[in-house]
Design a protein around this ligand. Structure first.
Ligand SMILES: [Zn+2]
Length: 132
C-alpha cells in the first residue's frame, strides 16, 4: 500500500471513488481510522499507514430519514445507518436494497459504490450499504 498518499479526508474519498475503503492505521498502537485522522486519538502518534478494509460489516444503528436536505429529498424516506467494519471502524451511510421494516441492528451489510449518488463533498461520499 502506498504510504505516499496524504492522510486526509480528500484522499479517503478519492479511494472511495476508486471503490476502496481505506483506513489510516496507526503504526504505533495499531488503531485504524476511517476517515483518517492526522493524530491518533488513542496514543497521539502521527505515524500512519493506509490499509484497505473489507467492504463488509455489521449494522450498529440506523434511522429512517423522512425530511432530508433538499438535494436528497427525492430519495426520502431513506435509511441511514452506521456500519462497523473490521478493526472497529465505524462508517456512516445510506442503506439500500432492503425494506425499512426489514432492517435490523446487527445485520450484515456490504459497502457498495455508486457514482450516481449526488456528491456534496465532504459530507456525502459515493457509497451505500446493501445486503450482501
Ligand atoms: Zn495510535
Amino acid at each position: 500500500m502506498s504510504e505516499t498518499y496524504p492522510f486526509t479526508i480528500e484522499q479517503f474519498y478519492k479511494f472511495i471513488g476508486e471503490g476502496k475503503i481505506m483506513g489510516a492505521k496507526c503504526n504505533k498502537c495499531g488503531a485504524v481510522f476511517a476517515p483518517p485522522r492526522t493524530v491518533c486519538s488513542n496514543c497521539l502518534s502521527t505515524d500512519f499507514t493506509w490499509v484497505q478494509l473489507k467492504n463488509r460489516g455489521k449494522l450498529l444503528t440506523y434511522t429512517v430519514i423522512h425530511i432530508a436536505p433538499e438535494k436528497f429529498q427525492p430519495m426520502a424516506p431513506y435509511a441511514y445507518g452506521i456500519l462497523e467494519l473490521e478493526h472497529g471502524v465505524r462508517l456512516p451511510g445510506i442503506i439500500q436494497g432492503v425494506k425499512h421494516e426489514d432492517i435490523k441492528v446487527g445485520m450484515e451489510l456490504q459497502v457498495d459504490f455508486d457514482a450516481s449518488i449526488p456528491q456534496t463533498w465532504p459530507q456525502w461520499p459515493r457509497y451505500f450499504f446493501r445486503p450482501p
